[in-house]
Ligand binder design. Structure first.
Ligand code: XMP
Length: 509
């Protein structure tokens, strides 16, 4: 299988490059910029892409790539920062400042190159750079320039090195996919042989080989990743897979029953662990969001450990870890500040003495969904909106009591029921209700009420990192608000959250 190595210099778009390459049916993997040349060679790349990055090539600790990269006999493409880095490393000149370009701009292509084969000579691209190339390195010819006269593309065809100042991976760049496709197929002569159907077959074999005659346990959350991982593993080793579904008492209305029913149809052996009381008593009296998250994470570990102990002959723990998780934990976010402590089913103790089985660790989320489809998982599971590990605890602001959870469940159910009927519902990332620990005065019949407030939150997002609030039609909001006040004791007012992320986060805690 042909492989493209992407060296990550810190751009927010690096993962997007990897996905675009895979969409063109060529396997791609991301490595940190400071990886050794030997490591790169061991991946047998048929092409190398150096990503963009937030720094300036002249910064003291700016990312760089091994010098020997250009002598491997493998084509290299530098994108944005990557093009500037190449220029500097090969003896050209990069200057800071004056020609900043962010966002849309137009470029004109002058030179003839396989990179621009079949592409018009004038089109719109997406730029994001403060530095620019003052003088190309010896051996390079310009292929395109921006309307501001800045080099937008270059090549040294003899040495097999190309550069693009703009981002071909973002949708705002017209013909971006065509340019990447030209790099893969005309420059690198890759074969479009990355096929998820083949991947499923070879991963099934690999799971069989790895696990041998041993047993595997896994924690199912009802979400896409753990479900696809479990079905794939069951396909490989049949009934030697035992799944645990932990009810932490923080699930939505009827959720445990529905999820268990769905798993039954998938022929998975699922053991239901009702730990609601344990979670709720650990959370009793706690109002601080971070403490709630910590308690839930720790309790989950204890519950899972105890339940897993009854499968003494298990040798493996299956987890639905995805490629972005590996990249993030491997070499990104070193200086990132903790906004929220995320606790997923994955946060299990290291001393469990089980081998880790992570069959999805090479896949992106959209590839996991497609794999799920290939494996015959029902659309209800594949298109489920994300639901946070700490569940309703982070939507029930203030103290968590069984009564307040019940109130929230009912309000949340009504909102989701009303909005699910909307034609734009499939495009919504998440829609849910939040219960606020704020009492307001109302009037019902002829009586005064003094009850809590429900807030409605519906957002659209691609990855949960940024989000915008959804403009839900007034009549849906109106019906929802009236129903909540009429049908849910304990709520007499409904508010709508109209903030994006940033500055807010999607969940309220
Ligand atoms: P925030 O609230 O940080 O959420 O904007 C971004 C996305 O992550 C989900 N989320 C979580 N998912 N464990 C999870 O598995 C967690 O602890 C957690 N906290 C937030 C949230 O629902 C949204 O989709």
């Amino acid at each position: 299988m042909d492989n493209i190595v992407i060296l990550d210099c810190g751009s927010q778009f690096t993962q997007l490059i990897a996905r675009r390459v895979r969409e063109l049916k060529v396997h791609s993997e991301i490595l940190p910029w400071d990886v050794s040349l030997g490591e790169i060679e061991s991946r047998k790349p048929c092409g190398i892409i150096i990503s963009g990055g937030p720094m300036s090539v002249s910064d003291e600790d700016a990312p760089s790539v091994p010098e020997g990269l250009f002598s491997l006999g493998v084509p290299v493409l530098g994108v944005c920062y990557g093009m500037q880095l190449i220029t500097r490393m090969r003896g050209g000149r990069v200057t800071s400042g004056k020609a900043r370009e962010y966002g849309r701009t137009e470029i004109s292509v002058s030179g003839k190159s396989p990179l621009f084969e079949g592409i018009p000579s004038f089109f719109e691209v997406w730029m994001s750079h403060a530095d620019h190339i003052e003088e190309l390195a010896p051996g390079f010819t310009p292929l395109a320039e921006t309307s501001g006269g800045v080099p937008a593309a270059m090549e040294d065809a003899e040495k097999g090195i190309w550069g693009l100042q703009f981002h071909p991976e973002v949708v705002h760049t017209r013909f971006g996919t065509e340019i990447l496709s030209n790099f893969l197929f005309r420059v690198c002569s890759c074969s479009p042989d990355w096929d998820l159907g083949d991947w499923v077959e070879s991963m099934t074999e690999e799971i069989r080989r790895k696990v041998g005659e041993e047993r595997v346990i896994c924690g199912l959350s009802g979400g896409v990743d753990s479900s696809v991982a479990a079905v794939l593993t069951a396909r490989a080793i049949g009934d030697r897979l035992d799944c645990l579904f932990v009810n932490n008492g923080l699930l939505r209305l009827n959720e445990a029953e529905e999820v268990l029913e769905q798993y039954k149809k998938l022929n998975l052996r699922v053991h239901y662990v009702d730990a609601s009381e344990q979670f709720l008593s650990a959370l009793s009296g706690v109002t601080d969001p971070e403490r709630k998250r910590k308690i839930i994470g720790e309790t989950f570990i204890r519950v899972f450990e105890k339940a897993a102990a009854s499968f003494q002959d298990a040798g493996w723990l299956l987890q639905g870890t995805l490629y972005p998780d590996i990249i993030e934990s491997g070499f990104k976010g070193k200086n990132a500040s903790v906004i929220k402590s995320h606790h997923n089913v994955g946060g299990l103790p290291e001393d469990m003495k089980l081998n880790l089985l992570e069959p999805l660790r090479d896949l992106f989320k959209d590839e996991v969904r497609r794999t799920g489809r290939l494996l015959g998982l029902p659309e209800e599971i594949l298109s489920r909106q994300p639901f946070p590990g700490p569940g309703l605890a982070v939507r029930c602001l203030g103290e968590i009591t069984p009564e307040r959870l019940e109130t929230l469940r009912k309000a949340d159910w009504i909102f989701r029921e009303e909005i699910a009927a909307w034609e734009n519902y499939p495009e919504i990332w998440q829609a849910f209700a939040v219960l606020l620990p704020v009492k307001t005065v109302g009037v019902m019949g002829d009586c005064r009420t003094y009850s809590e407030v429900a807030a409605l939150r519906a957002v659209e997002s691609h990855d949960g990192m940024t989000a915008d609030w959804v403009r839900v039609p007034y009549d849906i909001l109106d019906r929802t608000a009236r129903r909540i006040c009429n049908e849910v004791p304990g709520i007499n007012r409904v508010a709508l959250d109209v903030t994006s992320k940033p500055p807010s986060t999607i969940e309220w805690e």
